[in-house]
Design a protein around this ligand. Structure first.
Ligand SMILES: Cc1cc2nc3c(=O)[nH]c(=O)nc-3n(C[C@H](O)[C@H](O)[C@H](O)COP(=O)(O)OP(=O)(O)OC[C@H]3O[C@@H](n4cnc5c(N)ncnc54)[C@H](O)[C@@H]3O)c2cc1C
Length: 400
C-alpha cells in the first residue's frame, strides 16, 4: 500500500474532535503494525485470530470501549466502537469483529438490560477481555424469523431447562458465556414469547463446535452451540421474562452501526489500493491505466461512498448517543453501506485486473468478507421489507 495518507483519515479528521481522531489513529497504527503484516500468514495457515493478538487488543482496552469506567471499561461510546471498526476493518473484518462482536453484541445486552449484580459480576472481566459473551440469536431453523426461537426454556421448579441449538455464533471459540434467546411463552404475542438467559459455556449440557467450511471472515470464530437440558436459575435471566426479543432487537441497533463501519472500512481500503495501483500500472504507450475515464469513475465512486458513509454514520452516532436512533435508521445505514461496498469492491477488482484475484493484493478478502455485512445482524432483504411494509398501509395486512 502506498505511503500516501489514507483518504479516510482526511474525512475523519474533519468529522471528529482531536481526541477521537487520535484514538482512531492509535487503533489504526496498531492495525498497521500488529495485524496487517500477519494477515496473509494467518489466512494461508487457516488460523483464527491468534490468542496473543486478542491479548494485545485486550491490553489496548478494545474489549471495554463502550463499557462505563465504574465497571472497568474505557467509558467510551458507540462512536469509539465504530472508529475501531473503521481502523481495524480497513485490514480485516475478522480481526475487527472479534472485539466488535464481543462488545456490540456480547457485553452490550448486559449493559442495556443487566441487573446491578449481573453487571458487577461480569462487566469488569468483559472490559478487560478476560471473558467474552456470545450473542445467541440465530438457529439452524431460525434466522430472519428470530422472534420465534426453536430453542426452548421450560420452567422446572425454581429454575429453567434449556434445549436446542444456536449457530453462526461469533467468538464462540473464546466465549465464557452465551446470551441465549429462548422460547418461554409459546402462546404469547409476537415479540413477547421469548426470554434471554446468560448461560456459562462450561455449564453441563452445553457443547460447542466451530462451523467448518466458512469462506468469509475466515479468522473469526463462528460456532454452533448445543444445549442438552441445560439447567439455569432465575438469576440467569437477562432483561424481563418474555422480554427477550426486545433485548436482542435493541442490541442490534448499535451492532448495525458497527457492521456499517466494516463496509465503509472496506470501501476505504479499496479506494487507497485502487488509487495507488492505477497510477502504477503502465500499459499502452507507457502510460498509467488511471488515465482512462472509466477507471477514474470507479475511483470517484469509491471516494464518494467513503465520504457519504462516514458523514451518515457520524450523524447516526450522534442520535444513538442521544437515545433517539430508530431501528429503521440503524438498518438503513447497514443496508446501504454494505450493498454499495460489495458492489464497488467488484468494480474495484475489475479495474485492477487479474492481480485482484491474489490473496496478497487484499481486495478479494474484502470482497468476500463484505457478504457477511449483507446478511449478518439482519439480512438486508428482510430489513428492507420491514422498513417498506409500514409505508404501504393499504395493503400491509395482506403482506403479513
Ligand atoms: C459470519 C457470520 C457471523 C454471524 N454471527 C452471528 C452471531 O454472532 N449471533 C447470531 O445470533 N447470528 C449471527 N449470524 C447470523 C446472521 O444474523 C443470520 O445469517 C441472518 O440473520 C440471516 O439469517 P439466515 O442466514 O438464517 O437467513 P434466512 O432468514 O433464511 O433468510 C434467507 C434470505 O431470505 C430472504 N428473507 C428472509 N426473510 C425475509 C423477509 N421477512 N422479507 C424479505 N426477504 C426475506 C432474504 O433474502 C434472506 O437473505 C452470523 C452470520 C454469519 C454469516
Amino acid at each position: 500500500m502506498s505511503t500516501q495518507r489514507r483518504r479516510i483519515d482526511t474525512y475523519l479528521e474533519q468529522l471528529l474532535d482531536e481526541d477521537r481522531f487520535a484514538f482512531y489513529r492509535a487503533v489504526a497504527d496498531f492495525g498497521d503494525s500488529e495485524i496487517a503484516p500477519h494477515l496473509l500468514g494467518w489466512e494461508r495457515e487457516h488460523r483464527l485470530v491468534p490468542d496473543d493478538a486478542i491479548a494485545k487488543m485486550g491490553e489496548m482496552g478494545l474489549f471495554g470501549l463502550p463499557i462505563e469506567s465504574e465497571y472497568g471499561g474505557q467509558g467510551g461510546s458507540q462512536l469509539d466502537l465504530v472508529l475501531m471498526g473503521l481502523a481495524l476493518g480497513y485490514h480485516s473484518h475478522s480481526v475487527a469483529i472479534t472485539p466488535g462482536a464481543a462488545t456490540s453484541l456480547g457485553s452490550k445486552p448486559l449493559q442495556l438490560f443487566g441487573t446491578e449484580a449481573q453487571k458487577r459480576a461480569h462487566l469488569p472481566d468483559l472490559a478487560a477481555g478476560r471473558r467474552m459473551f456470545v450473542f445467541g440469536l440465530s438457529e439452524p431453523g431460525r434466522g430472519s424469523d428470530a422472534a420465534n426461537p426453536e430453542v426452548k426454556a421450560v420452567r422446572n421448579g425454581n429454575g429453567w431447562v434449556i434445549t436446542g441449538e444456536k449457530c453462526w455464533s461469533t467468538n464462540a471459540r473464546w466465549a465464557s458465556h452465551v446470551v441465549v434467546h429462548a422460547l418461554t411463552e409459546p402462546s404469547g404475542r409476537k415479540g413477547h414469547r421469548s426470554t434471554c438467559f446468560l448461560v456459562p459455556m462450561n455449564a453441563r449440557g452445553v457443547t460447542y463446535g466451530e462451523m467448518g467450511g466458512k469462506m468469509v471472515w475466515r479468522q473469526s470464530s463462528t460456532g454452533s452451540i448445543s444445549f442438552d437440558r441445560v439447567e439455569v436459575g432465575d438469576d440467569a435471566i437477562l432483561g424481563a421474562l418474555n422480554g427477550g426479543f426486545k433485548v436482542m432487537a435493541e442490541t442490534l441497533n448499535g451492532g448495525r452501526l458497527f457492521v456499517a463501519s466494516l463496509a465503509v472500512a472496506s470501501t476505504a481500503f479499496a479506494l487507497d489500493k485502487v488509487a495507488t495501483y492505477v497510477q502504477e500500472r503502465i500499459q499502452f504507450d507507457g502510460k498509467a491505466i488511471g488515465r482512462f475515464q472509466r477507471v477514474q469513475d470507479v475511483v470517484f465512486e469509491l471516494d464518494l461512498a467513503v465520504e457519504q458513509g462516514l458523514t451518515w454514520l457520524t450523524h447516526l452516532l450522534g442520535l444513538y448517543a442521544k437515545g433517539t436512533l430508530t431501528r429503521e435508521q440503524a438498518a438503513k445505514v447497514k443496508i446501504a453501506c454494505s450493498r454499495r461496498a460489495s458492489e464497488l469492491l467488484l468494480e474495484a477488482m475489475e479495474i485492477c485486473g487479474g492481480v485482484a484475484c491474489l490473496d496478497e493484493f487484499g481486495l478479494i478478502r474484502h470482497h468476500d468478507d463484505l457478504f457477511v455485512t449483507r446478511v449478518g445482524e439482519g439480512s438486508n432483504r428482510a430489513l428492507m421489507s420491514q422498513i417498506a411494509r409500514p409505508l404501504l398501509p393499504d395493503i400491509v395486512k395482506d403482506l403479513q
